[in-house]
Design a binder for this molecule. Structure first.
Ligand code: GLN
Length: 387
């Protein structure tokens, strides 16, 4: 039998899939993979029920026109500049394939990304033939501390081969929300070196302080925005995401991106696209996102306060539904924690690339039920008491 290619042999199970698998196997509370315990809103589910059995055939690869228009209206862009994808993961992969790749001299375009780095960014860049270059966020310890953008390091990492900046704000896994001033500096850097910006904004509606600034509003001419109906509407398994391209091409960029996108899953599921198209304006007008923020702020306070009462250092997020916490260097690693401690967490080392993460530093999801969060705290209390 022939061998798979080295890149296939080198591929690894996603840390999120792995921790969910282990959580199920050991009956652990799953604060690992970021998916909510709550059901999606009724207005979304009803719209889907009305679409299945009616809209069951292919949609255009660029997406159902009604959904492109609904996304455009929500983001303040033209629907002709929007491409619908099978989740944000595919959106990011399509952009990797469209924006950066191998160079004629045998090297790859360099793509700057922030570390801790969301798990798919590095492998997607490599599969596209590009070279990922990570720039570490600074972790200021102590009360009021947190994760900060290191603009000097970002500037220092640009080379003549740099082609794009790929960042997420709110940032997964740290929950950091970058300020307007920081993003203005990022934009200045991108303009100076004529770089694309890929802005992963799947948590754009999940913030606890100042709302995140959309990079496309600062640099429309070079920013591709990635978004996710799964994150917005609590239906991560639906796999409906999007790309908003820079405006002004009369839809040419979106058409070309859709040309790459059709080589993957061809189109996202048609009835689910129709349901999201109906739900986006309802969510916006009905205050759904504000309700979500309020609910998750409460659960974040429950988890963060509970951890702090156990003596754990917590870095409270400005956005996302994750927080990072330092369980202590003596705490069991994530493998032992899920197996014998009854709690699944994502170790920050899973997001490390060029800069080692301190042992005991974990990402915990609080998009889980209050009962699950309370149970996780009880179990963590027992685990930490034993260290
Ligand atoms: N975005 C989710 C997280 O960070 C997981 C994404 C996935 O598992 N594909 O947990």
């Amino acid at each position: 039998m022939p061998e798979l290619l080295p890149r296939a042999r080198a591929s690894q199970e996603s840390i999120f899939a792995r921790m969910s698998r282990l959580a199920a196997r050991y009956g652990a509370v799953n604060l690992g993979q970021g998916f909510p315990s709550d059901a999606p809103p009724a207005f979304l589910l009803e719209a889907a029920r009305g679409a299945v059995g009616r809209l069951d055939q292919y949609a255009p690869p660029s997406g159902l026109p009604a959904l492109r228009d609904a996304i455009g209206a929500d983001l303040g862009v033209d629907g002709a500049d929007v491409v619908v994808t099978s989740g944000a993961t595919e959106a990011l992969n399509v952009l990797a394939l469209s924006l950066y790749g191998p160079r004629e001299d045998g090297t790859g375009d360099e793509v700057l990304m922030l570390e801790p780095v969301f798990d798919v960014y590095v492998p997607q860049a490599r599969l596209a033939g590009a070279t990922p270059v990570t720039v570490a966020l600074r972790l200021d310890p102590g009360p009021g501390g947190g994760w900060r953008l290191d603009l000097g390091a970002l500037r220092g990492a640009v080379t003549p081969r740099t082609r794009a900046l790929l960042l997420n704000t709110p940032h997964n896994p740290t929950g950091a929300v970058f300020t307007r001033a920081e993003l203005e500096e990022v934009v200045a850097l991108a303009r100076e070196h004529d770089l694309w910006i890929v802005s992963d904004e799947v948590y754009d509606e999940l913030y606890f302080g100042a709302p995140p600034v959309a990079l496309r509003t600062l640099a429309p001419e070079r920013t591709f925005t990635v978004g996710s109906a799964g994150k917005r509407l609590e239906a991560t398994g639906w796999r409906v995401g999007w790309i908003a391209c820079p405006p002004g091409s009369g839809g040419r960029l979106a058409g070309q991106i859709a040309g790459i996108r059709q080589q993957g899953s061809f189109c996202a599921p048609t009835p689910l696209q129709a349901a999201v198209a109906a739900a986006l304006p309802v969510a916006r007008a009905g205050g759904f996102y504000a309700g979500l923020r309020q609910e998750y702020a409460g659960r974040m306070a429950l988890l963060a306060g509970g951890l702090e009462a156990l003596g754990v250092a917590v870095y409270r997020p400005g956005g996302t539904y994750f927080l990072t916490a330092h369980l202590g260097a003596a705490a069991p690693d994530a493998g032992r924690l899920v197996e014998s401690g009854g709690v699944a967490a994502i170790p920050l080392e899973a997001f490390a690339q060029a800069h080692a993460a301190p042992p005991g530093l974990v990402r915990l999801a609080f998009c889980k039920s209050r009962a699950d969060i309370a149970l996780a705290l009880e179990r963590l209390s027992a685990v930490l008491a034993a260290t």
